[in-house]
Design a protein around this ligand. Structure first.
Ligand SMILES: NC(=O)c1ccc[n+]([C@@H]2O[C@H](COP(=O)([O-])OP(=O)(O)OC[C@H]3O[C@@H](n4cnc5c(N)ncnc54)[C@H](OP(=O)(O)O)[C@@H]3O)[C@@H](O)[C@H]2O)c1
Length: 277
């Protein structure tokens, strides 16, 4: 094992847990962390994907794996995860899964939005609280909360998704400072469009996100792991950083309107959707 991997394993091992780790960005985190020598716990809903990802990790990197078939929206989420991991040391947590969508605010039900709150906010809070506490006691560890550029300011048509992603950014950035004296590194990974299976299927729809800058899942993960410890958050991808920099100089109302227009043009067929059908 390379010296840098040995150091990585010593600081963040022996196990990593990836909430939403069977495919997409979460799957890329699982591979990148296994490549650095960590054993991997994968949490997701579809059992076939979970098992095939676990087999690949074992075969390719020779690490141990564990799978937990679970909906992160479940009220028993923390009990199930805690029960299935209480005999191993989780030194690295990635909270990847999210309920994402774009459309008018009233396109979804209140119940659906409360589920979004469970997956995108209650989940990362609960797992950070549970595993973060043990990391603090051990004085080593790492936590990455996946977020989105949508969470940096008002983002019309992503409204509640964006609000949940703002929650993740603020929590991770704050903990970056609070946990630093305990040798526990926390990072908000603020991704732009990334070619995960979810995004790919929406891009196959006519005209969706045509010509937009899209990163690979591996690029996002390598940038995030490279930024860990050094900074509280990273906006992945140079073009995305440039765009956020420019938006930061615009009056807030212009920036928010520009994001709304971008959503209409790229994801909503060029027309602002009605609030009620
Ligand atoms: N892709 C993008 O363009 C993009 C852009 C900006 C930010 N992000 C952020 O990046 C993160 C990852 O996004 P992604 O595109 O890779 O796809 P994703 O659909 O958020 O995550 C995929 C993984 O999470 C699992 N998962 C999803 N919902 C789950 C649930 N309720 N319970 C348990 N597991 C669940 C999936 O497996 P199962 O479906 O089998 O459960 C799969 O393993 C998200 O936090 C998102 O906000 C993505």
């Amino acid at each position: 094992m390379a010296k840098s991997s040995a150091r990585f394993k010593e600081k963040y091992g022996p196990w990593a847990l990836i909430a939403g780790g069977s495919e997409g960005i979460g799957g890329a985190y699982a591979s990148a962390l296994a490549e650095r020598g960590l054993n991997i716990v994968l949490v997701a809903r579809r059992p076939e994907l979970l098992e095939s990802k676990a087999i690949k990790l074992k075969q390719q990197y020779g690490v141990e794996t564990r799978t937990i078939e679970l909906d992160l929206a479940s009220p028993q989420m923390l009990d199930v995860i805690s029960d299935k991991t209480n005999d191993i040391e989780i030194g690295f947590l990635v909270y990847n899964a999210a309920l994402a969508s774009v459309g008018a605010f009233f396109d979804s039900t209140l119940e659906g939005e409360l589920t979004r709150l469970d997956i995108n906010c209650r989940g990362p809070l609960s797992l950070t609280y549970h595993f973060g506490r043990k990391m603090i006691e051990r004085k080593r560890g790492g936590i990455i909360l996946m977020s989105s550029g949508a969470g940096l300011r008002g983002a019309p048509y992503y409204t509640h998704y964006a609000a949940t992603k703002a929650y993740d950014i603020v929590m991770a950035e704050s903990l970056w400072y609070e946990f630093r004296p305990y040798n526990v590194d926390v990072l908000a990974c603020i991704a732009g469009l990334t070619s995960s299976p979810g995004l790919k299927s929406s891009m196959e729809e006519e005209g969706t996100a045509k010509g937009a800058y899209v990163m690979t899942t591996e690029q996002v993960v390598e940038e995030a792991l490279g930024a860990l410890r050094k900074q509280p958050s990273i906006i992945t991808g140079k073009p995305n950083r440039r765009m956020m920099f420019i938006l930061g100089f615009m009056p807030r109302k212009k920036a928010v309107a520009a994001i709304g227009k971008h959503a209409i043009k790229n994801f909503l067929g060029g027309k602002s959707p009605p609030q009620f059908q």
